[in-house]
Design a protein around this ligand. Sequence first.
Ligand SMILES: [Zn+2]
Length: 252
Amino acid sequence: MAPRLSLKGFHPRAEANYRLVAGGLRAVLLEGRDLPPLRSQEVEVIWAPARPNLIYAAGTPNERILLSCGENFPSQFAYQLAHELGHLSARSDLRFPRIDGCMWIEEAMCGAYSLVGLKSLNNLDDWWRENGLPYLEGILQGAYAFGQVDAEYVSARANALCAANHLSDDIQPISGLIFSKIASDRIIEDNIALSRVPVGTDVATFLRAWAKECGGATTTPELLLNLWTDDHARPVGAIEDEPSSAIVELGE
Ligand SMILES: [Zn+2]
């Protein structure tokens, strides 16, 4: 049974639209998926516009997501919520703070979740034509444009990628590439499989172990293995002085 998304604190003007969007994302990203065990069957989705980051909470007894989207901006709400549902579906909180140099992979998948989630809302006909599609096309031509992503791109940014603990500008184009090359269903299943792969290895070892968990047709780890040409030196301990607060900021 997919968890219930419980919207809290949103502006009354936006709530009906946001509920529609949340229901659409839930149907595609969560329903019928073999999710890892969650902390609760209700996911609190809370509007916290004053916060600088989106949050998938770690260390809380219940599943909780904090969003900072505009007051009545369903496309941005979909973009943000899908990202955080990606973290929830892989239970990223169990690996926080992740310092093995592989957090960029989890963020790249959640970036792809935003794109998959937005695209899945194209059944909301009028809204999609007027708002959803232009928003998706805008980010695919902007921050998520993937034309320059190849092995050289990844190699030149290997250290920055391994040090990333959020969806950085370097990672977004990789999300765009995943979205363009891998079927949406496969992206969702591959992301869920992240929860079953041991942490603490180098990137190439991690990608190979992840590929074994995925199986089936062309998978995301295979795509990334083709970009990751060798074992770049990984900056162990590069993410220093992580705050030990009960809440983890996994958003962008
Ligand atoms: Zn994130």
